[in-house]
Design a protein around this ligand. Structure first.
Ligand code: IMP
Length: 208
Protein backbone atom coordinates (compact mmCIF):
# COMPACT_ATOMS: atom_id res chain seq x y z
CA UNK A 1 0.00 0.00 0.00
CA UNK A 2 1.42 3.40 -0.91
CA UNK A 3 1.01 6.27 1.48
CA UNK A 4 1.10 9.96 0.70
CA UNK A 5 4.29 11.58 1.99
CA UNK A 6 4.39 14.58 4.30
CA UNK A 7 6.62 17.37 3.04
CA UNK A 8 8.34 19.94 5.27
CA UNK A 9 6.18 22.97 6.01
CA UNK A 10 3.08 23.98 7.90
CA UNK A 11 0.85 21.38 9.54
CA UNK A 12 -2.22 22.04 11.69
CA UNK A 13 -2.50 20.05 14.90
CA UNK A 14 -6.27 19.63 14.96
CA UNK A 15 -6.68 19.68 18.72
CA UNK A 16 -7.69 22.15 21.40
CA UNK A 17 -6.25 19.93 24.15
CA UNK A 18 -2.97 21.57 25.24
CA UNK A 19 -1.63 18.30 26.71
CA UNK A 20 -2.01 16.54 23.37
CA UNK A 21 -0.69 19.50 21.35
CA UNK A 22 2.44 19.57 23.53
CA UNK A 23 3.06 15.83 23.02
CA UNK A 24 2.41 15.92 19.25
CA UNK A 25 4.71 18.97 18.88
CA UNK A 26 7.49 17.03 20.66
CA UNK A 27 6.97 14.06 18.35
CA UNK A 28 7.10 16.23 15.18
CA UNK A 29 10.06 18.37 16.21
CA UNK A 30 12.78 16.62 14.23
CA UNK A 31 10.93 16.31 10.90
CA UNK A 32 11.08 19.85 9.50
CA UNK A 33 7.37 20.30 10.14
CA UNK A 34 6.02 23.63 11.42
CA UNK A 35 3.13 22.64 13.69
CA UNK A 36 0.44 25.18 14.47
CA UNK A 37 -2.51 24.34 16.65
CA UNK A 38 -6.17 24.62 15.64
CA UNK A 39 -6.80 26.83 18.68
CA UNK A 40 -4.02 29.26 17.62
CA UNK A 41 -5.84 29.55 14.27
CA UNK A 42 -9.24 29.87 16.01
CA UNK A 43 -10.57 26.95 13.99
CA UNK A 44 -13.91 25.54 15.19
CA UNK A 45 -13.90 22.25 17.10
CA UNK A 46 -16.24 19.75 15.39
CA UNK A 47 -18.58 17.54 17.47
CA UNK A 48 -17.06 14.11 18.00
CA UNK A 49 -20.03 12.10 16.75
CA UNK A 50 -18.10 8.96 15.68
CA UNK A 51 -18.32 5.64 17.51
CA UNK A 52 -14.65 4.68 16.98
CA UNK A 53 -11.34 6.47 17.60
CA UNK A 54 -10.70 6.34 13.84
CA UNK A 55 -13.98 8.03 12.91
CA UNK A 56 -13.43 10.83 15.42
CA UNK A 57 -9.79 11.39 14.45
CA UNK A 58 -10.76 11.67 10.76
CA UNK A 59 -13.63 14.00 11.56
CA UNK A 60 -11.29 16.39 13.41
CA UNK A 61 -8.44 16.21 10.86
CA UNK A 62 -10.77 16.78 7.89
CA UNK A 63 -12.53 19.74 9.54
CA UNK A 64 -9.19 21.49 10.20
CA UNK A 65 -7.71 20.65 6.78
CA UNK A 66 -10.76 22.17 5.08
CA UNK A 67 -11.09 25.22 7.32
CA UNK A 68 -7.33 25.94 7.39
CA UNK A 69 -6.61 24.84 3.77
CA UNK A 70 -3.56 22.96 4.97
CA UNK A 71 -2.60 19.39 5.89
CA UNK A 72 -3.89 18.60 9.39
CA UNK A 73 -3.13 15.94 11.98
CA UNK A 74 -5.67 14.86 14.61
CA UNK A 75 -5.52 12.42 17.48
CA UNK A 76 -8.42 10.64 19.05
CA UNK A 77 -7.55 8.65 22.08
CA UNK A 78 -8.89 7.16 25.23
CA UNK A 79 -8.64 4.69 28.04
CA UNK A 80 -10.10 1.20 27.54
CA UNK A 81 -10.61 -0.88 30.69
CA UNK A 82 -10.90 -4.66 30.21
CA UNK A 83 -13.30 -5.30 33.11
CA UNK A 84 -15.56 -2.46 31.90
CA UNK A 85 -15.85 -3.95 28.39
CA UNK A 86 -13.52 -1.32 26.97
CA UNK A 87 -15.19 1.72 28.56
CA UNK A 88 -14.77 4.66 28.78
CA UNK A 89 -13.18 4.21 25.29
CA UNK A 90 -14.33 6.91 22.86
CA UNK A 91 -16.17 8.55 25.78
CA UNK A 92 -13.01 9.01 27.88
CA UNK A 93 -13.13 12.81 27.78
CA UNK A 94 -16.91 12.82 28.39
CA UNK A 95 -16.49 10.99 31.70
CA UNK A 96 -14.69 14.11 32.95
CA UNK A 97 -17.48 16.51 31.90
CA UNK A 98 -18.80 18.46 34.84
CA UNK A 99 -21.09 21.42 35.40
CA UNK A 100 -19.08 23.79 37.62
CA UNK A 101 -21.78 26.41 37.94
CA UNK A 102 -24.73 27.49 35.87
CA UNK A 103 -23.89 27.42 32.18
CA UNK A 104 -20.18 26.77 32.75
CA UNK A 105 -18.85 23.37 31.74
CA UNK A 106 -15.41 22.01 32.51
CA UNK A 107 -13.42 18.83 32.83
CA UNK A 108 -12.54 17.28 36.15
CA UNK A 109 -9.95 14.54 35.67
CA UNK A 110 -9.88 13.57 39.33
CA UNK A 111 -13.63 12.95 39.20
CA UNK A 112 -13.26 10.95 35.97
CA UNK A 113 -10.53 8.73 37.46
CA UNK A 114 -12.75 8.22 40.50
CA UNK A 115 -15.65 7.20 38.26
CA UNK A 116 -13.52 4.49 36.62
CA UNK A 117 -12.31 3.31 40.03
CA UNK A 118 -15.87 3.32 41.41
CA UNK A 119 -17.12 1.09 38.59
CA UNK A 120 -14.15 -1.25 39.00
CA UNK A 121 -14.62 -1.58 42.74
CA UNK A 122 -18.30 -2.50 42.23
CA UNK A 123 -16.94 -5.64 40.51
CA UNK A 124 -15.16 -6.84 43.67
CA UNK A 125 -11.65 -6.79 45.14
CA UNK A 126 -10.18 -9.32 42.68
CA UNK A 127 -11.30 -7.45 39.59
CA UNK A 128 -8.99 -7.51 36.54
CA UNK A 129 -7.29 -4.07 36.57
CA UNK A 130 -5.77 -4.29 33.11
CA UNK A 131 -6.37 -1.42 30.72
CA UNK A 132 -4.85 0.16 27.67
CA UNK A 133 -4.60 3.63 26.19
CA UNK A 134 -5.49 3.70 22.49
CA UNK A 135 -4.65 6.47 20.05
CA UNK A 136 -5.58 6.92 16.43
CA UNK A 137 -3.79 9.55 14.40
CA UNK A 138 -5.45 10.84 11.24
CA UNK A 139 -3.78 13.01 8.60
CA UNK A 140 -6.04 14.87 6.20
CA UNK A 141 -5.13 16.99 3.19
CA UNK A 142 -7.32 19.81 1.81
CA UNK A 143 -7.99 17.74 -1.37
CA UNK A 144 -9.76 15.06 0.72
CA UNK A 145 -6.96 12.45 0.93
CA UNK A 146 -6.43 10.94 4.37
CA UNK A 147 -4.25 8.42 6.22
CA UNK A 148 -5.00 6.71 9.56
CA UNK A 149 -2.62 5.05 12.08
CA UNK A 150 -3.47 3.21 15.31
CA UNK A 151 -1.40 2.72 18.45
CA UNK A 152 -1.79 1.40 21.97
CA UNK A 153 0.03 0.88 25.25
CA UNK A 154 -0.98 -1.87 27.69
CA UNK A 155 -0.91 -1.47 31.45
CA UNK A 156 -2.99 -1.54 34.58
CA UNK A 157 -4.94 0.87 36.74
CA UNK A 158 -3.71 1.94 40.18
CA UNK A 159 -5.54 3.71 42.99
CA UNK A 160 -5.08 6.29 44.46
CA UNK A 161 -3.76 8.52 41.63
CA UNK A 162 0.02 9.18 41.74
CA UNK A 163 2.23 11.83 40.15
CA UNK A 164 1.87 15.35 38.80
CA UNK A 165 3.25 15.08 35.25
CA UNK A 166 1.32 14.41 32.03
CA UNK A 167 -2.43 15.00 31.77
CA UNK A 168 -5.85 13.35 31.85
CA UNK A 169 -5.81 9.83 33.31
CA UNK A 170 -1.98 9.60 33.55
CA UNK A 171 -1.93 9.43 37.40
CA UNK A 172 -3.86 6.10 37.47
CA UNK A 173 -2.20 4.33 34.53
CA UNK A 174 0.90 2.22 35.02
CA UNK A 175 2.37 0.78 31.79
CA UNK A 176 3.39 -2.90 31.76
CA UNK A 177 6.88 -3.40 33.23
CA UNK A 178 6.79 -0.20 35.34
CA UNK A 179 5.84 0.52 38.96
CA UNK A 180 5.39 4.22 38.16
CA UNK A 181 2.30 5.78 36.63
CA UNK A 182 2.50 7.86 33.44
CA UNK A 183 2.28 10.94 35.69
CA UNK A 184 5.41 9.85 37.62
CA UNK A 185 7.55 8.87 34.64
CA UNK A 186 9.78 11.38 32.93
CA UNK A 187 7.80 12.83 29.96
CA UNK A 188 10.52 11.56 27.59
CA UNK A 189 10.01 8.03 28.88
CA UNK A 190 6.25 8.35 28.38
CA UNK A 191 6.75 9.73 24.85
CA UNK A 192 8.93 6.76 23.96
CA UNK A 193 6.30 4.14 24.83
CA UNK A 194 2.89 5.81 24.74
CA UNK A 195 -0.08 4.88 22.56
CA UNK A 196 0.47 8.15 20.68
CA UNK A 197 4.15 7.31 20.12
CA UNK A 198 3.16 3.85 18.82
CA UNK A 199 0.74 5.36 16.29
CA UNK A 200 3.30 8.06 15.46
CA UNK A 201 6.01 5.47 14.66
CA UNK A 202 3.62 3.94 12.10
CA UNK A 203 2.90 7.40 10.65
CA UNK A 204 6.62 8.16 10.36
CA UNK A 205 7.33 4.83 8.64
CA UNK A 206 4.53 5.46 6.14
CA UNK A 207 4.63 9.21 5.49
CA UNK A 208 8.20 10.48 5.94
P1 IMP B 1 -10.36 12.96 22.87
O1 IMP B 1 -9.38 12.17 22.05
O2 IMP B 1 -10.21 14.43 22.69
O3 IMP B 1 -11.75 12.45 22.74
O4 IMP B 1 -9.95 12.78 24.40
C1 IMP B 1 -9.48 11.58 24.90
C2 IMP B 1 -9.20 11.70 26.36
O5 IMP B 1 -8.47 10.52 26.73
C3 IMP B 1 -8.29 12.84 26.76
O6 IMP B 1 -8.97 14.02 27.02
C4 IMP B 1 -7.58 12.29 28.00
O7 IMP B 1 -8.33 12.48 29.14
C5 IMP B 1 -7.53 10.80 27.73
N1 IMP B 1 -6.18 10.53 27.26
C6 IMP B 1 -5.76 10.37 25.98
N2 IMP B 1 -4.43 10.19 25.94
C7 IMP B 1 -4.01 10.25 27.21
C8 IMP B 1 -2.73 10.17 27.80
O8 IMP B 1 -1.68 10.04 27.15
N3 IMP B 1 -2.71 10.28 29.14
C9 IMP B 1 -3.82 10.46 29.90
N4 IMP B 1 -5.03 10.58 29.41
C10 IMP B 1 -5.13 10.47 28.06
Amino acid sequence: MTHRKLTPGKLIIASHNQGKVREIRALLESFGIEPISASDLNLPEPEETGTTFGENALLKAKASAEAGNCVALADDSGLCVAALDGRPGVYTADWAERQWFEGEKGRDWYMAMGKVEGKLSELGPDVDRSAYFAATLALAWPDGHSEVFEGRVNGSLVWPPRGTLGFGYDPVFSPIGFEETFAELDPEQKHAMSHRADAFKKLVAACF
